[in-house]
Unconditional design. Sequence first.
Length: 139
Amino acid sequence: MMKSYRKELWFNISTRRAYINITPRVEECLKDSGIKDGLLLCNAMHITASVFVNDDESGLHHDFDVWLEKLAPHEPVSQYRHNVGEDNADGHLKRSVMGREVVVAVTNGKLDFGPWEQIFYGEFDGRRKKRVLVKIIGE
């Protein structure tokens, strides 16, 4: 019989930008769900944050940050039309590049990853509470 599980993970990052490995928290959700075979969706519920899959290597995370800041620099905030009364247009653009969600296969009760794959929360306009949705369906 098909089962469904839903949980929100909450974050309050103290910096404007950060990259957080959320794989252990997602694996805890999978364990709690009891689902052994199916699909897991994990998505940022805010338009200036991202969920993505990549390697957990600090040099790579630094490279992401430098690259994204070149693509969509935070300052000067006046360069963005969106920033009339706001200062987070760059966060929207960074999120568009890094993506909203990931879908991971669940096999034998485990995330069916390739080598080195981990799930990350990317924050591009922090210093406030934000959510990530974990939705798992399967048997």
